[in-house]
Design a protein around this ligand. Structure first.
Ligand code: NAD
Length: 244
């Protein structure tokens, strides 16, 4: 398939896990891909690596400017970079709350703000935000994380409604537990990593974790012309976890 031939795509958090797989699939499908990350050393072959901190307006603006100046357009923005936080309200420091919101919520706001003028001028654009099931339900020890992902879902809906009919669509994916380096780090920090992994798997109706490939495929669908009547939605990719 070459659904994204002639399309310019910017993916954040493209150096690892889900974002890396999004960038890889966009390249595979013919897109011109700008792969932004704090550490762009491992972005997929065929993409243009960009060192970007999504919390920093100048850094993010430079990435958008580069994509637009080199290709003349920006068709797809995947606001995917995210930060973990594993505390409850009592344990979460103000600094941790603000750091989590800076990456997960402010980063999405900045990317959207920077991409929209180009997409509106083109009359054509798709923004796909990576939220989480944590934005839809309460999870223990994830106060700032749940709240920051809830903000992503709310902003997705607001942007969708604000710009419906302009040719610009805004949606999000809500992954469940995905076997990415992120989850690998959380498990490595557990007292008994193997037991912790077995616990994660046990709560999955399908008896396994998701893969970055499965989440990326959903993001590409939302960004594609197959989804032209879809805006403001959250696509849950969790192997049935929330359904239970
Ligand atoms: P990951 O750790 O494998 O990749 C995240 C990438 O984001 C890293 O390469 C990191 O360098 C980059 N990043 C972090 N802060 C950044 C910043 N300020 N600017 C630019 N890049 C930055 O994690 P992943 O599992 O692929 O997570 C990707 C997204 O998916 C995140 O938004 C996360 O919240 C979300 N998510 C993950 C899971 C899961 O189980 N893995 C579940 C639900 C949602």
């Amino acid at each position: 398939m070459s659904r994204f031939a002639g399309r310019t795509i910017l993916v954040t958090g493209a150096g690892s896990g889900i974002g890396r797989e999004m960038a890889r699939q966009f390249v595979e499908e013919g897109g011109t891909v700008y792969a932004a990350d704090l550490d762009p050393g491992a972005v997929p072959e065929g993409s243009t690596p960009l060192k970007v901190d999504v919390t920093d307006p100048d850094s993010f603006a430079a990435a958008v400017d580069r994509a637009v100046s080199e290709t003349g357009a920006l068709h797809v923005l995947c606001n995917n970079a995210g930060a973990s936080s594993t505390t409850d309200v009592l344990d979460c420091t103000l600094e941790e709350w603000e750091r989590t919101f800076a990456v997960n919520s402010r980063g999405v706001f900045l990317g959207t703000k920077l991409a929209l003028p180009h997409m509106l001028a083109q009359g054509d654009g798709a923004i796909v935000n990576t939220a989480s099931v944590a934005g839809l339900v309460g999870l223990k020890d994830r106060a700032a994380y749940c709240a920051s992902k809830g903000a992503v879902i709310a902003l997705t809906r607001q942007v969708a409604v604000q710009y419906a009919g302009t040719g610009v669509r805004c949606n999000c994916v809500c992954p469940g537990t995905v076997d990415s380096p992120w989850v690998g780090r959380l498990l490595a920090a557990a007292d008994d990593p193997e037991r912790a992994r077995a616990g994660l798997v046990a709560r999955q109706p399908m008896g396994r974790l998701g893969t970055p490939t499965e989440v990326a495929a959903a993001a590409l669908y939302l960004a594609s012309d197959a989804a032209t009547f879809i805006t403001g939605t959250e696509l849950v990719i969790d192997g049935g976890l929330l359904a239970g």
